[in-house]
Design a protein around this ligand. Structure first.
Ligand code: ATP
Length: 344
């Protein structure tokens, strides 16, 4: 198994800086996700870890050892890309066995036994003789995963492996990938632009923006305590406000938001300072006694288990979640001070 460390990694391509000072610690056995919008540097980070790119500055280390001089094929990583990249003229079994071209199967088993074990691991027993074009997209990706795992790598790198699949298939496949990762205990680094996927599959995630890491944490931490405005807006639905601190007493800030005062928890902000804060949609409730907000309702989306309401309050656009469908064009809501998070 392996831990992976990036220390102040910068990567420049001609006049583009794809990564600036990226530092990460991926722990042994962890499912770690890089998530962020298109162009933020996720793939470049993954390719640098794999050894397809050299950092312009900084260090990549596996288990504390600098791997800068180690070529891709000796880094002991399995890689699955977005496009399945199975060989069309090879059967499923031959594709999986291709993963063993540089290395004997681990555990002293034969290639045939290894292929059978892996096909069973990815729930494709008996598919050995099929051609790739006789498989669904999800099945092809599972073959690609089996091929990557064939030599028993210490590290698994997955670059948007599900992005070509439809929503239901993605959900199934991500549960399978998670199960396989947990069974094998293999350190896994996963790239996706889909924040919901990142929350659902990861032990921890790094939210990236513009070549830099904004926040690293567990899904809960990143969702509940986003540290920056970018993270607050990128991960899940959110309501972001800004205002001016008018008073500070016993850890409670009074903040003027376009003429209305709300109270938040916070110590390290001075009177007169401009602050940004967020409140998750599900934290705005009709029975809250504090921080009352009169929402002008604009659209109501009934989604089955919940209803999402968009509207405005005090010139801020807002989104809230209710468990029933409101009538009328205004809603009285509120939130507790502890349900607001101050942002950088
Ligand atoms: P996506 O989700 O769209 O794949 P990403 O987050 O994976 O995006 P990267 O592919 O890592 O982003 O790209 C980061 C930045 O580096 C982008 O501005 C991209 O145009 C640039 N870049 C990546 N590879 C190269 C290259 N080989 N030459 C020049 N610029 C590159």
């Amino acid at each position: 198994m392996a831990s992976v460390t990036l220390e102040d990694v910068t990567k420049r391509f001609a006049d583009t800086t794809a990564l600036s000072d990226v530092s990460l610690d991926v722990r042994d056995g962890e499912f770690f996700t890089l998530v962020g919008p298109s162009g933020c540097g996720k793939t470049t980070t993954l390719r640098t870890i794999a050894g397809f790119e050299d950092p312009s500055e900084g260090v990549v280390a596996f288990d504390g050892k600098d791997v800068s001089e180690t070529p891709v094929e000796r880094r002991d990583v399995g890689i699955v890309f977005q496009n399945y990249a199975l060989f069309p003229h090879m059967t499923v079994a031959e594709n999986v066995a291709y993963g063993l071209r540089f290395r004997d199967p681990p555990g002293g088993v034969s290639t045939e036994e290894r292929v059978t074990d892996l096909l069973s691991l990815v729930d494709l027993e008996g598919f050995d003789d099929r051609d790739p074009d006789e498989l669904s997209g999800g099945q092809q990706q599972r073959v690609a995963l089996a091929r990557a795992l064939a030599p028993g790598p210490s590290l698994l790198l997955l670059d948007e492996p599900m992005s070509a699949l439809d929503a239901r298939l993605r959900e199934n496949l991500r549960r399978q990938v998670k199960r396989i990762q947990r069974d094998l205990g293999i350190t896994t680094i996963y790239v996706t632009h889909d924040q919901e996927e990142a929350l659902s599959i990861s032990d921890r995630l790094a939210v990236m923006s513009d070549g830099a890491v904004e926040q690293v944490g567990t899904p809960r931490e990143v969702y509940r305590q986003p540290s920056t405005r970018f993270v607050a807006e990128f991960i899940g639905d959110n309501n972001v406000f800004s205002g001016t601190v008018t008073d500070r007493e016993d850890g409670v800030l009074s903040v003027d938001v376009n003429g209305e005062t709300v109270r938040l928890l916070g110590d390290d902000h001075a009177t007169g300072e401009t602050v940004a804060f967020c409140v998750r949609p599900e934290r705005l409730t009709r029975d809250a006694t504090q921080n009352r907000i009169g929402l002008d309702v604009e659209t109501v989306e009934f989604l089955g288990e919940t209803t999402r309401v968009h509207g405005t309050w005090n010139a801020f656009e807002m989104v809230v979640r209710l468990d029933d469908v409101p009538d009328g064009d205004s809603l009285e809501l509120g939130f507790a001070p502890e349900d607001a998070t101050l942002l950088r």
